[in-house]
Design a protein around this ligand. Structure first.
Ligand code: BG6
Ligand code: MG
Length: 216
């Protein structure tokens, strides 16, 4: 049977969470409160605008819409200063092998990311032209856990949702894949991602054996 993959970006293909963290932490500090790695977990898979809302709730800070807009711009500028330095070395282990495996076996793959910076990041790490379709934060109106991003991805690949396999590190992303009636592979903590069809501790879990079993 014909299948396709749809990949989340941040936390699956590259570890950009550490850059989001630096930028959000500096923003919080400039507003006078601490922002921890644990706080950062709450922002994984969450849209940029919603992330700021959560951050402001943590700091118990109330701002006007204009102030929020300028903070969003500031945060993204700092984030992009890190992204602009990214290279192919930052592709997470096992991912290049996985993409090669899919190419060799004529299995198409798309990107399904909440990030508006997704094309730039893919370009930086040299993966932009490998995806058959890219759906990013500019293409969707409803954020994960809504299935929209993955359903558009399936459409662009001309695949039925039930024949798509989503790779995700965020709970919201697993929920989105499940809501889209797709197979889901969670990357990370098994307890956190227990709603996924399959769970791998990290991206080194994409061994050829795992892939063979999955696909056949
Ligand atoms: C998701 C990340 O992929 O993209 C979130 O997991 C991030 O942490 C979201 O907030 C939006 O990203 P960007 O690049 O548009 O700010
Ligand atoms: Mg992610």
């Amino acid at each position: 049977k014909e299948i396709a993959f749809i990949f989340d970006l941040d936390g699956v293909i590259v570890d950009t969470a550490k850059y989001h963290f630096l930028a959000w932490r500096n923003l919080a500090n400039s507003l006078g409160f601490e922002f921890t790695e644990a706080h950062n977990e709450l922002l994984k898979g969450v849209s940029r605008v919603r992330s700021l809302e959560i951050l402001l709730e943590i700091g118990k800070v109330a701002l006007t819409e204009d102030q929020k807009q300028s903070l969003l711009i500031k945060k993204n500028e700092e984030y992009l200063s890190y992204v602009n330095k990214m290279t192919a070395d930052e592709i997470l282990p096992g991912i290049s092998n996985l993409l090669d495996y899919l190419d060799v076996n004529n299995i198409k793959y798309a990107l399904g990311s909440a990030s508006k910076n997704a094309p730039l990041i893919l370009e930086k790490v040299g993966l932009l032209n490998r995806f058959s379709a890219i759906v990013d934060g500019n293409d969707v109106s409803k954020a994960k856990p809504d299935p929209e991003v993955f359903l558009i991805g399936a459409q662009k690949l001309q695949m039925k949702p039930e024949n798509c396999i989503v790779v995700e590190d965020a709970i919201a992303g697993i929920e989105a894949a499940n809501a889209a009636n797709m197979v889901s592979i969670g990357i990370g903590d098994a307890e956190l991602l227990k709603k996924a069809t399959y769970i791998l501790k990290d991206t080194t879990g994409f061994t050829n054996d795992f892939l063979k079993n999955l696909i056949n």
